[in-house]
Structure formats: structure tokens, C-alpha cells
Design a binder for this molecule. Structure first.
Ligand code: ZN
Ligand code: ZN
Length: 465
């Protein structure tokens, strides 16, 4: 078996691993490296779609391997036509550092993942603003069609004949699929995103275990323990192990985060509580939901989170009807005006948002102003402009339940947030647990699985392995 780490070596994320055995080729994850991409691109210096492949090759953001990239891009960027040369891509979870560059893959490559991963990728595609997120469907780019007038027009998503549905193969927990000479088992793990899994790959040359991103302190820690058990039973020749926190001794606990949030809410007495959290971390979202409930408060979510909860359906531990949806004032802000036709109000919102602004559980800033003691509000740094509508009183609190900034851009966002909080005299508290196992836990896992060869990945410190 040949294992090539094309991305994720000596860095956190950007995982792309090519596994070859007797003519069978599979990829484990196809993610974006934030650190590499951040060297060349920023919010205001975005990759150009027309040259994305060539630019990404230039800077080593995508590996130059044949038979995996979409034909419409190759054609437009003057690269030779290629035959399909990979049998499947196995995605561990829907975080961008593992899945973002699916966008560039040929439409006919099967993509294997869990049901929750499929849902999250679809939600990202439908609600995101990123032009490089064709994960589930892909519209043929740089293509013209003959319109009714007989002249040429550019193909858009409205030309449904040109929209391809990717071959997404949803796998159940512990299901095995045969791909050429390999057999791949999907094994769920605990991580800060629903649907995370690792893989065990069986071959006559020995077995390979891939952890994906893993932790042992979340609400699904039993899954990670079962993963270790199965990985050990496979007597692997190789172990691809993540090591985000290999240098950290700190033991985290999601249960502890929930307790802390509940205490902060209790201490806030009659004032409004905001919580900043990773929006798709369902574990955290559930912790906040339960902490709010313990304090007889409603959890208030934004439209994006409402959409995700609705799409996750039975994969989410609570229903959308059990929370309130905050409908923001944006664009013309017509939601705030009396007696305006709902079709006109609707136009303030994206098409995907429109099904979530007229529900019985929708509220606006007015209700938060009226009854601050009744609510715990999910709020991100991109929604701070809601505060001028809400006008929270000076004893309102903000609970930061997400990781510390790890780059300059995030530092600046954090500073800007602090200005907003200072302005409204909102006090900030902290409660967070990582999505990754600590160094001791990773070492214990490796010892238990006991592979012949260890390949560190998703870590800045491979030497510590
Ligand atoms: Zn990751
Ligand atoms: Zn992750």
C-alpha cells in the first residue's frame, strides 16, 4: 500500500491523503489548509474562479495529481483532458479543512460520508456565500448555451440541464464498502461537528486506520472509545493520527462547559445573555439549549442555525419548535414596519431564509428588549450590528464559547467585538472545550491501537509523536 500525505503534514488541517493499492486509489479527505491559503489570499484578495486551479497549483494549495479535477475547470484553464483516476473520496467530517476542496473534484467521483456530513455539506452549499462550495451539486462552469433568441448566454444554476448531482454515497456507522482491492469501514468518532468519523481500510498488504479529527471529552465520547477498540482489533500496519493538541496537557470537558454556561446564565439574573459559539457544533448548541432550559429561558437561534436544525431533523436532539428564531432587521429592514405586504418584506432576505421568517416561534429585537430575562441568544461576530436594535442594558452578558483567535484577522475581529461590548457595557465570560483530544489522550490512543507505523497528521508538532 502506498500512502501519500498531500496535505495536513506539519500543519493543522488541509488533510488530503492518497491511498494506493494494486491499482485502486482512494482519497481520505480533501480539505483546505487555512495556513497555506492565508499566505496568499484574504477577505479582500480572493482566488479568481477563472484561474482557481492554476493559481492553487502555483501556490501548492491543491496537489497536482491527474484524474481527479473537474473537467469544466481543466478545459477553461487550458489543461489537457484527463481520465478519471481515483475510485472514491472518503470524507471524515464537513469542516472546511477536511472537505472544502471537494468543489474542485470531478463530478463522477463517488464521495463517501455519514448522513450528517451530507446534510451539513448541503446546508453549506445552500446557505453559504462562498463561490467555491459546490459540494453536493455542481453547475458546469464557463459554459455557454443557445438561448431562445438564438444567441449565446452564460450557463447559470437556472439552466438545470447543466447542474450535476455528485455521487454522494452515504454510509451508516460501521458499514463497510468494497472499493477495488480495498475494503473501507466507516467508524464514528466524537468531535465538534455532527457526523464525524474515522476510517479503517483493510487490504491484503495490511490495514490502515485514519482517526479524522477526534476527541474523548464530548457528548459522544463513547463513539471514540469504540473507534479505538475497533482500530486495535484491526491490528493495523499504519495509523494516521491527528495531533492538533499533542503539545497540550489540558483536559477539556463538554459537560463542564454546559455547567459553566448554566452558572453564568443563573448569575446574570434578569438580563439578556448572548452566547458566541461555533455555529455548527451541535454538541455546543445542545449544551447551550439545555443550560438555557435549566434557567427557564428560551434559546434564540439565528436564521442559519434554524435552517441547519431543520435540515438535521432527527439528527438534532431537539426540534426547531423548541427554540426561538431571531429574525434580524437587514437590507431595507421592512420586518420592523407595520402593514407592509409580506412579499415585500421577504425581499430583505435570501431565498433560503424566507421559510424561517414567518414561523410561530419567530421573534425580533423588540421582544428581546421587552423580556430580556426570558432569553439566551446565539450571536456571532457578524451579527453584532443587531445590538443597536436590541439595545441591551448594561448588565447584559456575553459568553464566549469558542476558541481563542489564532491569526491576525481573528485578533482584529475580536478587538472589534470588544469595542461593541464596551460600548454597551456588556461583560464577557468564557466557557469552551476543544474539538480535539489532549496530548495524553492521543498518546494513550496510539499505545492502545498499537500500529506498526505511525503517521502524524493535522499537527504542527509531528516531532512530538
Ligand atoms: Zn480538522
Ligand atoms: Zn474538525
Amino acid at each position: 500500500m502506498n500512502i501519500t500525505v498531500l496535505g495536513g503534514h506539519k500543519e493543522i488541517g488541509g488533510n488530503k491523503i492518497l491511498v494506493e493499492h494494486k491499482g485502486t486509489k482512494i482519497l481520505l479527505d480533501f480539505g483546505m489548509s487555512f495556513s497555506q491559503a492565508g499566505k496568499y489570499f484574504s477577505e479582500f484578495l480572493q482566488p479568481r474562479k477563472c484561474a482557481s486551479l492554476t493559481d492553487f497549483f502555483e501556490f501548492g494549495l491543491l496537489p497536482r495529481i491527474k484524474g481527479i479535477y473537474r473537467e469544466d475547470y481543466l478545459r477553461h484553464m487550458n489543461m489537457a483532458k484527463e481520465e478519471k483516476d481515483v475510485d472514491g473520496v472518503f470524507i471524515s467530517h464537513a469542516h472546511a479543512d477536511h472537505a472544502q476542496y471537494i468543489h474542485f473534484l470531478r463530478f463522477d467521483i463517488p464521495i463517501y460520508c455519514t448522513r450528517a456530513t451530507e446534510v451539513i455539506l448541503r446546508v453549506l452549499e445552500e446557505t453559504g456565500s462562498n463561490t467555491l462550495s459546490e459540494f453536493i451539486t455542481a453547475c458546469e462552469a464557463f459554459t455557454f448555451y443557445t438561448n431562445r433568441k438564438g444567441t449565446l448566454s452564460r450557463v447559470t444554476r437556472k439552466n438545470t440541464d447543466f447542474v450535476h448531482v455528485r455521487d454522494i454515497e452515504v454510509m451508516e456507522a460501521y458499514q463497510r464498502v468494497k472499493v477495488g482491492s480495498l475494503e473501507v469501514e466507516l467508524v464514528p468518532v466524537d468531535h465538534s461537528l455532527p457526523g464525524a468519523c474515522g476510517y479503517i481500510i483493510y487490504s491484503d498488504a495490511g490495514n490502515l486506520v485514519y482517526t479524522g479529527d477526534i476527541r474523548f471529552h464530548g457528548s459522544n465520547q463513547e463513539l471514540s472509545k469504540e473507534f479505538v477498540k475497533r482500530a486495535k482489533a484491526a491490528e493495523p500496519r499504519w495509523l494516521l493520527s491527528e495531533g492538533t493538541r499533542i503539545d497540550s496537557k489540558e483536559r477539556d470537558s463538554e459537560e463542564g462547559v454546559k455547567r459553566k454556561i448554566a452558572e453564568f446564565i443563573a448569575e446574570s439574573k434578569s438580563q439578556l445573555v448572548f452566547v458566541e459559539h461555533p455555529i455548527r457544533d451541535l454538541d455546543r448548541v445542545t449544551s447551550i439549549f439545555e443550560a438555557a432550559k435549566e434557567n427557564n429561558r428560551h434559546f434564540v437561534v439565528n436564521l442559519k442555525l434554524a435552517y441547519l436544525i431543520n435540515e438535521l431533523d432527527d439528527l438534532c436532539p431537539f426540534a426547531l419548535d423548541e427554540v426561538k428564531i431571531l429574525v434580524p432587521r437587514k437590507s431595507w429592514g421592512l420586518i420592523d414596519k407595520e402593514g407592509i405586504d409580506s412579499r415585500l418584506v421577504e425581499q430583505d432576505y435570501s431565498v433560503w431564509e424566507r421559510g424561517f421568517i414567518n414561523r410561530a416561534n419567530c421573534i425580533t429585537y423588540r421582544e428581546l428588549r421587552r423580556n430580556p430575562a426570558k432569553y439566551v441568544v446565539s450571536m456571532s461576530l457578524w451579527e453584532l450590528n443587531q445590538l443597536t436594535d436590541i439595545k441591551p442594558s448594561s448588565d447584559a452578558i456575553w459568553i464566549k464559547s469558542s476558541c481563542e483567535p489564532f491569526c491576525d484577522e481573528m485578533e482584529l475581529d475580536e478587538e472589534r467585538k470588544r469595542n461593541w461590548l464596551d460600548h454597551f457595557k456588556i461583560k464577557e465570560y468564557f466557557a469552551h472545550a476543544s474539538g480535539h483530544a489532549s496530548g495524553d489522550e492521543i498518546r494513550a490512543m496510539i499505545k492502545e491501537i498499537n500500529p506498526e507505523e505511525l503517521i502524524p497528521i493535522h499537527t504542527e508538532h509531528p516531532e512530538l509523536f
